[in-house]
Design a protein around this ligand. Structure first.
Ligand SMILES: Cc1ncc(COP(=O)(O)O)c(C=O)c1O
Length: 439
């Protein structure tokens, strides 16, 4: 194979059959579409190239910059593509949570700007809201920015409609698979491939996978976050199912250790979600079926992510007091307090109010008095034991009350007698018109 440009090597990735001895399905051939073998390392190479390509030449020159809201693979691909075309790249993100990816982006020359995420932004219509300001700057006349806008740009979906989907059909000898399973980030890959497959066989069954609520799997969204994405259409999927981070890592280990596929966590989530769904119907099948899932990227970028959740894999003891270890049943009965009761409590009982959101969201608006301990740091602190005196009540607040409920259950488990979660989070507080202050 000989190419004039590395961009010619994007796409045409292998479709590899998973050994039935590994997945255990008796009537279904399960295939992995190996998007991790794209040149910059992920499924996003296709979308990044397809979105940026029409604009790169005209934007080249002084001040020309590609800009995208991304903390991961799209940013990685765009950083490379921008550099190749004499442009700089800026990644705008609410939180760079995977250190290896942040380091790689810096290595590739990217500028990183952190802003509050949409779900943390308290007033998206406010004229001085950071995201609003960001979008306004991009669309100013004479702007030298190329904004690829992956969450809304139809060319993201089109990259998979014209590339990934048809490749799968070709590799299955002109037939679409009966099942297609994919994780949902921007929804570009799942939507584009689903459309292409259904052009061949309208009955293809499509399963969308999201991260379980209050769990974090880098690259994919929770169902609430998916609804914020312009390209996401729930009608694309027969079902949308949640996968937990631990199950994603288990799936990843199976692909890594037993299949020779060095997938990252979302590849693992796709494998886990596929086998879980297909097992339900496998026994009843009388004819053979086929299924395809996407392996989005590689494991190497996620070593610190995996180490935090599974230190045992690195020869270290499993860490105590992990929020991920709290069972759902305990989270459901975690003590909560609604906004009026919380206001009363703050006025009379002086609980310590801990705001678990990002520093940007906290700086924008917060309850007074409160302290800001971002959830990842709070998790670290709790591994060491209870950080508060048992005699001081604690009120935990997060964007919508999900993470805080998990932490309230964990602190209760750890023996704190009076810790409560703010029901509906800071968003409910704001909607109730309760006072917030700004730094
Ligand atoms: C690692 C990883 N997996 C899955 C996805 C989901 O792909 P899509 O954005 O096409 O929904 C992404 C998207 O960024 C990703 O980075």
């Amino acid at each position: 194979m000989r190419y004039d440009s590395i961009t010619d090597a994007i796409g045409n990735t292998p479709l590899v059959r998973i050994d039935p001895a590994v997945h255990g399905l008796r009537h279904i051939d399960l295939y992995a579409k190996l998007e991790l073998l794209n040149p910059f390392g992920s499924v996003k190479d296709r979308a990044a190239w397809h979105m940026a390509r029409p604009h790169l030449e005209s934007a080249a020159g002084p001040g020309g910059q590609v800009v995208e809201l991304s903390s991961g693979n799209t940013a990685k691909a765009l950083a490379v593509l921008a550099g190749m075309h004499g442009l700089t790249f800026k990644s705008v993100t609410n939180r760079m949570r995977v250190p290896e990816i942040k380091d790689l982006l810096l290595l590739l020359g990217a500028e990183i700007e952190e802003l509050p995420g949409q779900s943390e932004c308290l007033d998206p219509t406010a004229a001085d809201d950071p995201l609003t300001l960001f979008h306004r700057t991009l669309s100013e006349p004479g702007s030298t920015y190329v904004h690829t806008d992956q969450y809304f740009n139809p060319r993201n979906t089109e990259a998979h409609l014209t590339g990934t989907g048809p490749e799968i059909v070709k590799d299955l000898d002109g037939r679409a698979p009966d099942w297609f399973i994919a994780c949902v980030g921007t929804a570009g890959s799942s939507t584009g491939v689903a459309r292409a497959l259904r052009e061949h066989q309208p009955g293809v069954r499509v399963v969308g996978l999201v991260a379980a609520k209050s769990d974090f799997i880098p690259g994919i969204r929770t169902i609430d976050e998916a609804h914020e994405v312009g390209l996401f259409d729930p009608g694309t999927y027969e079902t949308i199912e949640a996968v937990g981070a631990d199950d994603a890592i288990e799936g990843m280990l199976t692909l890594n250790r037993r299949c020779g596929i060095l997938a990252g966590p979302t590849g693992g989530a796709a494998y886990f979600g596929a086998v879980r769904r297909l097992r339900e119907i496998d026994a009843e099948l009388t004819e053979r079926q086929s299924a395809v899932f996407i392996v989005c990227d590689r494991v190497e970028s996620y070593l610190s992510y995996v180490r935090r959740r599974r230190p045992d894999l690195f020869g270290r003891p499993r860490r105590r007091n992990s929020p991920a270890d709290v069972p759902d049943a305990e989270i459901r009965i975690a003590p909560t307090v609604d906004v009026p009761a919380a206001q009363e409590w703050i006025a009379t009982g002086a609980p310590l109010v801990v705001d678990l959101r990002s520093p940007f969201a906290y700086a924008a608006l917060h309850i007074d008095p409160s302290v800001n301990i971002v959830d990842e740091i709070f998790e670290e602190i709790l591994h060491g034991g209870l950080p508060f005196s048992r005699s001081r009540p604690v009120l935990l607040a997060c964007p919508v009350g999900e993470k805080s409920a998990r932490y309230a259950a964990l602190l209760t488990r750890m023996g704190h007698p009076d810790v409560r979660s703010l029901a509906g989070g800071i968003v409910a507080w704001r909607d109730a018109g309760a006072p917030l202050v700004r730094d």
